[in-house]
Design a protein. Structure first.
Length: 191
């Protein structure tokens, strides 16, 4: 139980969400919940890429600004961005202003448009089978898995950037392709 936090109201949560209300809400309502839809998964994959080198809480605090800046992460809209959009985004203090990540997001949108059947079906084809048992501690949570390595490799082959195996595994956790809520976390009993 050391890797669970017991809230003042007696609710046990995974250790990483801490006491920040935004982080707790993300843990309770989003993380590990099945997410489908091309634009929704593109948003999450993009945000995971922007998170590289930063805390996820930083990205969560900027999420609405990212959505506004990137037209709701509508793949077709983002794929059409040009240099004026890159300059606009580099000037937007509400988001992470990193040229490489901005350009990767635009390029990733273009690459996503090329996937037959759409991004959602493609990504979900890499979902592993459910684990035989729920993980008991954070020490058991991998940084990557054979599935995240395979998805990362295939995304990169298709022209995606900022999609290394560790980023992709975090994406898989967030989108519910894997469920890494620990044994005893209240979310596990809610499913």
């Amino acid at each position: 139980m050391t890797d669970l936090l017991l809230d003042d109201d007696g609710i046990a949560r995974c250790w990483w969400c801490g006491e920040d209300p935004l982080y707790r809400a993300y843990h309770d309502d989003d993380w590990g919940r099945e997410l489908r839809g091309d634009d929704a998964l593109f948003e999450l994959l993009s945000l995971e890429g922007f998170q590289a080198g930063l805390s996820w809480l930083t990205i969560l605090r900027k999420r609405e600004a990212f959505r506004a800046a990137f037209d709701g992460f509508a793949i077709e809209r983002v794929a059409s961005y040009g240099e004026p959009d890159v300059q606009r985004l580099l000037g937007d203090a509400g988001i992470v202003r990193h040229r490489g990540k901005i350009e990767a997001t635009i390029g990733n949108a273009a690459a996503a448009l090329e996937i037959d059947g759409g991004l959602s079906d493609f990504v979900w084809s890499f979902a592993p089978p459910d684990r035989a048992r729920r993980l008991a501690s954070r020490a058991e949570i991998p940084a990557s898995t054979p599935e995240s390595v395979a998805l990362s490799k295939e995304l990169r082959r298709r022209g995606f950037r900022f999609v290394g195996p560790t980023i992709v595994y975090a994406f898989m956790q967030s989108a519910g392709l894997v469920d890494d809520h620990l044994e005893g976390c209240w979310v596990t009993g809610a499913r």
